[in-house]
Design a protein around this ligand. Structure first.
Ligand SMILES: O=c1[nH]c(=O)c2[nH]c(=O)[nH]c2[nH]1
Length: 305
């Protein structure tokens, strides 16, 4: 007889990142999103699974993951609590060895980026994460240099993004996308002209707000054929509207959202249920400056998403 006792045990799939897009309005152009990180833990009659290698009572963790995504499509996500209740009850009531299910959910909150010029609403910014930055250098010979910036400003367009027509070599497997989610965590730095730096009355707070607003609006309004194109639009919008900014450098990691294949469960995924991957990410960076102005912002540091 074994001297050892199998005590508490549980298993499931942790950190299923699901983004659910719901289209509202008569033409579906008003988008709502829910962005969850869902972890499933199952408890029950799993003695044999651990002790004898008999898996007859084991619902695969992979199935628990699939259930999260399929339930997103079938039931929608009214709230983290309501979604958790549906899942927890499902596991316990559908498989007799499962006696308890615990669903832990983190929800990431998004706010709308208002675009007054259009009825379609599908642009969002993550709440409360961003950090404002500033780098000031004063030199006896060259004077003041002020580089303002921000980091961790996460934004998403749930439509109006395509990516196709790219090089295809023997290693290319990416499918062309005609309607995808475009999401990125913006790190931006912008260099001011000496006119701003030397002006004692220059309103830095106001300038920050204006640059941020222009970047957000350009992100939301650009119908994108690549994140590189969106990057250029965001920087150009700032240079167009902020005369004392000479140069903008953007790091825009492409935070991939993959459509989940729901066909094996007899469900059609009409660009509604996405898996949000946090690694790897596309590395998209660039500097845009006024013609005739020497760029000054360092290009060497990579930004980790
Ligand atoms: O906007 C994009 N730009 C790329 O260069 C790229 N590469 C890729 O795989 N997906 C994307 N998306």
């Amino acid at each position: 007889m074994s001297k050892h006792v199998l005590a508490q045990n549980q298993y499931g799939k942790a950190e299923n990142r699901i983004v659910k897009v719901t289209r509202k309005g008569s033409d579906g152009s008003w988008h709502e999103i829910r962005d969850l990180n869902v972890s499933v833990a199952l408890r029950g009659e799993f003695r044999d699974v651990h002790l004898t290698g008999d898996n007859a009572n084991c619902l695969p963790t992979d199935t628990t993951k699939n259930t999260v995504y399929a339930f997103g499509k079938e039931h929608g996500i009214a709230s983290p609590e309501a979604f958790g209740i549906l899942l927890a009850k499902h596991f316990v009531s559908s498989q007799s060895p499962i006696r308890e299910a615990q669903i832990r959910i983190e929800e990431y909150a998004w706010e709308r980026i208002p675009v007054p010029t259009r009825k379609e609403q599908h642009s969002f910014v993550r709440k409360g994460q961003e950090v404002r930055t500033a780098q000031v250098t004063y030199s006896e010979t060259t004077g003041l240099q002020v580089i303002s910036g921000l980091k961790d400003l996460t934004v998403m367009n749930s439509t109006n993004s395509e990516f196709h027509g790219y090089i295809k070599d023997k290693y290319t497997t990416l499918k062309e996308a005609y309607d995808r989610i475009l999401a990125t965590k913006v790190t931006a730095r912008w260099a001011h002209s000496a006119l701003a730096a030397d002006d004692a009355d220059f309103d830095w707070d106001q300038s920050y707000k204006k640059v941020r607003k222009n970047m957000l609006e350009a992100f939301a309004e650009t119908y994108s054929y690549s994140l590189q194109q969106t990057l250029n639009q965001m920087a150009e919008r700032v240079l167009d509207n902020c005369p004392r900014v000479n140069e903008v450098r953007l790091n825009l990691p492409n935070k991939h959202h993959f459509l989940v294949d729901l066909e094996p469960f007899g469900l059609k995924n009409d660009n509604e249920v996405y898996f949000a991957a946090d690694r790897m990410y596309g590395l998209i960076e660039g500097t845009i400056h006024r013609d005739g102005v020497q760029p000054v912002i360092a290009t060497s540091d990579w930004i980790v998403a």
